[in-house]
Design a protein around this ligand. Structure first.
Ligand SMILES: Nc1ncnc2c1ncn2[C@@H]1O[C@H](COP(=O)(O)OP(=O)(O)OP(=O)(O)O)[C@@H](O)[C@H]1O
Ligand SMILES: [Mg+2]
Length: 448
């Protein structure tokens, strides 16, 4: 079973994930810079506002006679968030303001239109815009004590407009979509390469990969095509060699047969001719083996169930006494792309073995799983000793000489079947079925 991970394994999702996380971090950083810049700007305005309000109160107070100042403050209508009081000493109930803000407020106070003899001769600025509370103490002229003005400022509005935020989110989404498109384009050649390798595994004559696209993708396609061509040549050479040997040996065998006819020893002649006959059979089988590989049969869509039924019918025709011991269970249809003659030969060889060594075949087609169709061919014969199972897939390997003579056969059935199935991207494995029932099971897997 595949390991369950929270992180998807597909390259596409991983690349998108990394890009989006990177994008989110960059965007968050950008937003932070933007927001803090905006807040700073607003605080600058707030400092000016504090200075203006303080000065408005100061002017009203300093212009009025000292004895009426307390009454004036009581009756004065302050703007919201502003309070004022007369003190004997400078206010001390808050920490001094940061130097920058303090200076800014003092400079703004100095610029305000107050006659020079009425200007405060001392100013203290307390509090902090971050705590949203400022207090300015101004020394009134002629020993009139201090005027303390407190101003509450609103928090800076960073998300001033929702349109801004929507636009920002929209841009982020656009960037994400672009990233997805680019990643998909970038990894597309990888998918093409996978398909090509898969197709080549099933058919060495599969069409080559188009050598187009970005430079790196084209180079990979070229390398793949070169590799495929080399393998194709290699397979062809080997097949050709096999056919050539098989073919050339025929003539000397025929010659030997003719010469054997002149032998006087009857018994000897019969034995030699029998051996030569056997050699000829093996040669024909070898030639067929070679031809099969070389055969450039085209793949077509076929119904696997119909193919299995045909093979079973033909086996039943060849051995009418088997009757009901050739059975099929499974779905009624399973379309599949394959080379029909070759696949029929492969299944035919396996079913023929079940008939020959096990007196009947029970074929079962299991529902496809993970893109693989699985066919099980069971018989009730003696099975194959575990240590010989690998060996019977080698050409000309047969088990137990005594059985050979009575059943006949060249020992090429299984290797041919496996060659064909592997060329289709599938395989066949043999297992001995547990008792009771026993016998051999050939499990064929075929990609659909
Ligand atoms: N279903 C089976 N039950 C028992 N033994 C088997 C079975 N199938 C194959 N074998 C053994 O494996 C050997 C190899 O099988 P394979 O089909 O390659 O050759 P063959 O049947 O002897 O000859 P051919 O198929 O070429 O006529 C057989 O000789 C037989 O001993
Ligand atoms: Mg056989």
């Amino acid at each position: 079973m595949a390991r369950v991970t929270l992180f998807p394994r597909s390259l596409f999702f991983r690349a998108i994930f990394v890009l989006l996380v990177g994008l989110a971090v960059v965007q968050a950083g950008g937003l932070y810079l933007h927001a803090s810049d905006r807040a700073d700007l607003q605080r600058l305005g707030q400092a000016r506002e504090v200075a203006a309000r303080v000065m408005a109160v100061y002017r009203a107070v300093v212009m009025s006679p000292p004895e009426g100042r307390a009454a004036l403050l009581r009756e004065m209508a302050f703007p919201p968030g502003t309070r004022a009081a007369l003190l004997d000493a400078p206010p001390v109930d808050m920490l001094p303001a940061l130097l920058g803000v303090g200076r800014l407020i003092q400079a703004d106070l100095a610029l305000s239109p107050v006659p020079s003899h009425l200007r405060p001769h001392d100013v203290v600025v307390l509090g902090s815009l971050y705590d949203r509370l400022m207090e300015v103490g101004l020394a009134l002229p002629e020993g009139g004590g201090w005027l303390a003005v407190r101003v509450t400022v609103p928090a800076p509005e960073i998300w001033h407009s929702t349109l801004n935020l929507a636009g920002f989110l929209g841009l982020t989404a656009l960037a994400a979509v672009l990233a997805a498109l680019v990643v998909r384009r970038l990894i597309a050649p990888l998918g093409a390469l996978t398909h090509a390798a898969e197709a080549f595994g099933r058919d060495v004559d599969a069409p080559p990969l188009p050598e187009t696209g970005p430079r790196e993708a084209a180079a990979a396609a070229r390398a793949f095509n070169r590799m495929a061509a080399r393998i194709r040549r290699f397979v062809q050479d080997r097949t050709f060699l096999l056919s050539a040997i098989g073919h050339d040996l025929r003539t000397p065998i025929t010659r030997l047969k003719l010469r054997a006819e002149f032998l006087d020893d009857e018994e000897m002649r019969r034995k030699i001719l029998a051996d030569l006959d056997e050699m000829e059979t093996m040669l024909s089988a070898t030639l067929a083996f070679g031809r099969d590989e070389a055969a450039s049969e085209k793949a077509a869509t076929l119904d696997l169930v119909a193919l299995i039924r045909t093979v079973l019918d033909e086996a039943a025709d060849a051995a009418p006494d088997l009757g009901g011991r050739l059975t099929y269970t499974g779905p009624e249809r399973l379309p599949l792309a394959a080379r029909p003659v070759a696949l029929k030969r492969a299944l035919g060889n396996l079913i023929a073995n079940a008939v020959k060594y096990g007196d009947g075949a029970a074929v079962r087609l299991r529902p496809p799983e993970d893109g693989m169709a699985v066919i099980e061919i069971d018989d009730n014969g003696p099975g194959i000793p575990e240590e010989d199972i690998a060996r019977v897939f080698q050409p000309f390997q047969r088990i137990e000489a005594s059985r050979n003579r009575e059943t006949g056969g060249s020992g090429l059935g299984l290797p041919i079947a496996r060659n064909i199935l592997r060329a289709h991207g599938g395989d066949v494995i043999l297992t001995n079925r547990p008792r009771p029932g026993a016998g051999l099971r050939a499990t064929v897997s075929l990609p659909i």
